[in-house]
Structures are given as structure tokens and as C-alpha cells.
Design a protein. Structure first.
Ligand SMILES: [Zn+2]
Length: 184
């Protein structure tokens, strides 16, 4: 099968979200590698998201998760010097609403600065905890839905002043044993 390129915004975001669901099941089951079962979940979700028979679940589940996460840095687990970090940087229109805010220590907060979350993680050679990535992807999907960008080509979204950098939305994920749900 030819390598897909996911050139349309919708395809890229849904493919990333479907990979996230795949990774989620594998980490949940403490697998070291992805199996046919995980790939089936990914394929089914991707198809459903694209044809509109499935949708990205609301941000409400994440509110529960956020409470469970407790007061620690969502990126490194530090419990001291906490601040609220904007997933979408404020400078690019990120809001002060619950979906966009997570706890981060001052060190991570200032290191991330106004960089895109995935761009920042990639620059450190890391991959974010799945729960954080989930919030980030949902924010982007919500944004693109609202701004009518889902059918646009990925190319057209580059170098715009959007609160995320589409180039860093991951289309392939690390093996499950390199992933965590949340920082312990
Ligand atoms: Zn931190």
C-alpha cells in the first residue's frame, strides 16, 4: 500500500486522532507492540470520523481526567512552582477556558513559551503524555471546524498565525512502551 500523505487538514487531524485511540488501547493493555486489534481500532475510527458516523468525544471526559491528574506539572510531574499553561498560546488567541488550561511547572511553562505544544516536545526529543495530546488534538479539531478549515490543504495552513502548527501534528506514533497516558 502506498504511503498516505494526509494532505487535507481533516485527514491529517482524524488520522492523528485515530492513532491516538490506537495508542491508548495499547498502553491501557500494557502492550509492547501494536497488534491487529489496535490497527483495527485505528482503521474503524478513521473511517467513521471521515464519513461522519463517529465523532471526537466532547472535552467533558477530559475535565474528569484533569481532576484525577491532580496538581502537578502535566509535562514533567513536578509538584512545585505550578502555573497554568495555555495549550494554545495566548499570543495566538488561546483562551483562558478550562479546555485550554493545564498545570505546568514554571520551568516547563517558560521553556514551552509561545511554541506549539508538539513543536516544543519534538524539539526536546519527547512525545507528550497521551491525555495531553488528546486535549491538544481536540482543540485543533474544534478550531478547524469552527473556522471552516477542515477541507483545506495542510499546505495552506502552514506559516499562518494559528494557535497550532499543523506540520507537527503527528501522523505516526512511537511504540506503546515509549508512551504514557499521564505523567506519574
Ligand atoms: Zn514541568
Amino acid at each position: 500500500m502506498a504511503k498516505r500523505e494526509y494532505k487535507i487538514v481533516k485527514e491529517r487531524l482524524f488520522w492523528s486522532y485515530s492513532n491516538l485511540a490506537m495508542a491508548h488501547t495499547a498502553v491501557d493493555r500494557k502492550q509492547e507492540k501494536y497488534t491487529t486489534f489496535n490497527f483495527m481500532i485505528r482503521a474503524k475510527l478513521y473511517k467513521g470520523l471521515c464519513d461522519g458516523t463517529m465523532n471526537v468525544r466532547t472535552l467533558f471526559d477530559d475535565e474528569k481526567i484533569k481532576i484525577l491528574l491532580g496538581q502537578k506539572c502535566s509535562y514533567c510531574g513536578n509538584t512545585k512552582d505550578l502555573a497554568l499553561d495555555h495549550i494554545f498560546p495566548k499570543k495566538f488567541g488561546g483562551k483562558d477556558s478550562g479546555d485550554n488550561l493545564i498545570y505546568a511547572c514554571r520551568s516547563c511553562n517558560s521553556s514551552k513559551g509561545k511554541k506549539d505544544l508538539m513543536e516544543w516536545m519534538t524539539s526536546k526529543g519527547q512525545f507528550p503524555p497521551l491525555m495531553i495530546l488528546r486535549r491538544y488534538l481536540k482543540l485543533i479539531i474544534e478550531f478547524c471546524d469552527k473556522e471552516n478549515l477542515m477541507g483545506t490543504s495542510v499546505e495552506d495552513l502552514k506559516n499562518q498565525n494559528y494557535p497550532f502548527n499543523i506540520e507537527f501534528v503527528p501522523v505516526s506514533f512511537p511504540k506503546p512502551n515509549f508512551l504514557v497516558m499521564t505523567i506519574e
